[in-house]
Design a protein around this ligand. Sequence first.
Ligand code: CUA
Length: 271
Amino acid sequence: MKIHTYEKLWLVAAMVLIVGFIATITYGSVALGITMVGDQEDTIEPGELGEDERFDDPRVEQVGENEYEAYVIAQTFIFQPDPIEVPENSEVTFYVTARDVIHSFSVVGTNTNTMAIPGEISTMTVEFDEPDEYGIVCNEYCGSGHHNMEGELHVLPEDEFDLTELSVEADDEVALEDDDEVTLEIAVENGQLEDLETTIEAEIGDETVTEDVTVEGDSTYETTISVDAADLGEGDHDWSVTVDDYEESGTVTVVDQLEDETEDDGGDDDE
Ligand code: CUA
């Protein structure tokens, strides 16, 4: 059988196209690190995210010198945490799950994009070289607020990035008659692996107390600062606690006697 030269050429061209298509599809589905959600991670009960140590507190964690892990929850119609903050020159592995319905986690302008499915944990490792700000959007229709579901990802310069958390507990009211003290219970959490050397500065009324501290990596330093209520005198006193760029503040009232001990004979507002 004789096949015409042109027919041969067309046959070869068709074969090349078919092989080319298959190669393209294969490349596009596996070669760029693209995987199916749920391939690498076990499933998780979406109603019990609060009891899972990774997702009970959505956050960024340092796991190596320049390595971080971000635990992200998508739910109607927010992402947690928001913003997600990571440092430049870092490698971040995102663990993303959904609390209610199917969402997605798409970092605008990048190929960082995954579905967020209740019960499944999507993982992606991304390198961030330069400081930048990205938007995060949901591109799976998830309800009436879908078009407003957005978050932010901040890649910060190294000197602006930390994983410090300051929390302060203080009384609202302190009584002179009990010889009470105004106390600030201060906790400084250092989520980074390196030690944090810093100064806690507390002001209560006119009193200032400073304390130089070293908070070890991945730990919390707790301290209590107190001032005699008698030194402050009756009235409202502002307090504030600062650690690096973080500040907590409030007001404590020093009274002669605590009200609930003297209120009994008031009785005006019984009804
Ligand atoms: Cu969440 Cu659309």
